[in-house]
Write a protein that binds this ligand. Sequence first.
Ligand code: ATP
Length: 359
Amino acid sequence: MSANNALHIAVLAGDGIGPEVMAPALDILRKVEVNSDLRFRFTEAPAGANHYRETGKSMPESTVRLCEEADAILLGACGLPSVRYPDNTEIAPQVELRFLFDLYAGVRPARLIPGVPSPIVGADQCGIDMVVIRESTEGLFASMGKGVVTDEDARETLVITRKTSERLFEFSFKLAERRKARGRPGQLTCVDKANVFRAFAFFRKMFDEAARHHPTVKADHLYVDACSLMLVKRPWDFDVMVMENMFGDILSDLAAGLIGGMGMAPSADIGDRYAVFQPCHGTAPDIMGQGKANPTAMILSVAMMLDWLADKHGLENAAEAGERIEQAVDKAYADGIKPFELGGKNGTADIAKAVMAAV
Ligand code: ATP
């Protein structure tokens, strides 16, 4: 934090709809400044496919240094299907940041906002309020860029380490405890495939060890296939789930689908010191430049950032501001906002305006 107590936020708007959803999210933070004694200093920096096209790098060294110095990092979305590395993979500084800053806990909340239709029958009555925690630095993604491919076969290696798993589980149990203190069930489910792979049996063993230190949290396990079934049948039974990187990549998108779509799902990639906040969605090239992007996920990611800053620096006013933003989003939907992705007629500007009015 700088001398005048302004929170320094690195802003990486990225590609596609990234800048379109970032702009209203920053407007909301500026409104928070007016209504509270919180102060922000925003520094914008390049990252992503457009930057790669211009310079041959996914992000400059200056962006990495800025992220190091800032109190928190906000990211729109990065990567475009039409811009690729020579090996045909997409430009993904968001994934690089996870490795650079050791952001092992990918936090993906999925809360069904009252009034938003879910594809799941009964969800409007029972509600959905869960968090997928995706380990974000190892698992199958440890092999990123290192896979061995010949004309005959291809190999990618999944990595689970004690060092990362222990921190991941500690983080997950603490989150479940924090949610319990706020009225949620306080339940943590380890999602794995321990019946088939030794790496996941190891993962589960370490989860059970961690569970012994957190007796107030109800700890249980599910195999990832059974978990996928239960998520669709009874999503309201889940509170917090923790899993390997690739499983989390897939199940967090599934969870986003349960609460209306990608535009509704916020996320955070958190480490011991740094954290990046960004919507779960990608750059949505199919709708970019049309004013159709739903900024809700980006706005809710900003609320998560405030909650994290509150916890890190003991700033009660930041926690209150985060809650106020969530409530403003709820009010916008209760008042009838319906984004294009949910079959409605409200684009970025309408949604931003409705949330701004309610903050
Ligand atoms: P990535 O691989 O980078 O995560 P993706 O290819 O999985 O990205 P997205 O860019 O997230 O996909 O888009 C998936 C679908 O969801 C697209 O049809 C897109 O238009 C839609 N979508 C994503 N984000 C939003 C949003 N904020 N508002 C409306 N629709 C969105």
